[in-house]
Design a protein around this ligand. Sequence first.
Ligand SMILES: [Zn+2]
Ligand SMILES: [Zn+2]
Length: 386
Amino acid sequence: VADHSIPSPEIEEAIRWRHHLHRNPELGFEEHETSAFITGLLSEWGYSVRTGYGKTGVVGTLSRGSSTRAIGIRADIDALPISEQTGLDYASRIPGRMHACGHDGHVSMALAAARACSRNGFDGTVHFIFQPAEENEGGGRAMVEDGLFRDFRMDSIYAMHNWPALELGRCVARDDQMMAAFGTFEIKVKGRGAHGAMPHEGADPIVAASQIVAGLQTIASRNISPLQSAVISATQIHGGDAWNVIPEEVAIRGTTRWFDEDVGATIEERIRAVATSVAAGFDCSAAVDHAFRYPATINDPRCAAILRATAPKVPGVTVVDAMPSMAAEDFAFMLREKPGCYFWLGARKDGANPGLHSPSFDFNDKLLPLGAQMWVALVADQLAGA
Ligand SMILES: [Zn+2]
Ligand SMILES: [Zn+2]
């Protein structure tokens, strides 16, 4: 039996932890019960536990032997503001809160691995990092700002996401780009309100906003090289209250995605130029606010190679290649500070296979032993100087 294997009663128990967490989801920076649950178990297994990184983040550290080698393993712990529709017996007890991204599974896999590591002989240090608020709020950045890498020395850092679109056990760890950078924007188009029957007496911000949305489509198609990736999606338009009144103002909101920083800068500059000039052409004005939110998630090629070499040591895991995703991930903030690797583990289910963030999503428990054993194998390989 290889030393990364985890006995099945412990896998069964980890699945029960997963169902417990699933029943009790908490939103970003509010994961108090979740953190207490994690802290309790890590302490039981002899980990030194520090809390309060990124408000509700937890770091469990275990050192053995005399080696100064150290690895960080990160699991995200937050849930989403979604009303669950799975009908499972362990479905969320809290209306409007749901583990719809499988972070309950990420926590349980990391905990099962931490327990196994506490029994294994190794030489060096492992830090299990439980990160709050991955969804939108940048808990990864908050942990870095609170001194994660100042207080815990580590050579490299790894994180995983379950990936329902990939067959169970397929592992993707790219050498560079994994997930895109993202921004958000709001454009306030101001006109002059008027009677809907006498439009010539006002300046219609709805017509101007419509042309702005059409104009935004030209940024990716006409300002960015066809060989680079960019997304500009207007996802909200708000304006007007009556059938027969042209409103004073319309708000357009949306999200932007890119990999190269130059492309991000071009997107921001062009949103501003298109919105203000189109609005001016319709006798309106546009106030543009674009915020850079997460950087791109870029792997270190050496860490990605270590991960790809370790993965197949776990029966049921195979390494495949795939395109990066234009979704975003705040592990990017940690990868800016430390070399590391973010990877996907295929989690496809037979039959209906609802995707991440679906109200019908449920983490695939068959992935739990694969992910947990991969962490154990990675700790062994990395600390052995792979
Ligand atoms: Zn998510
Ligand atoms: Zn997620």
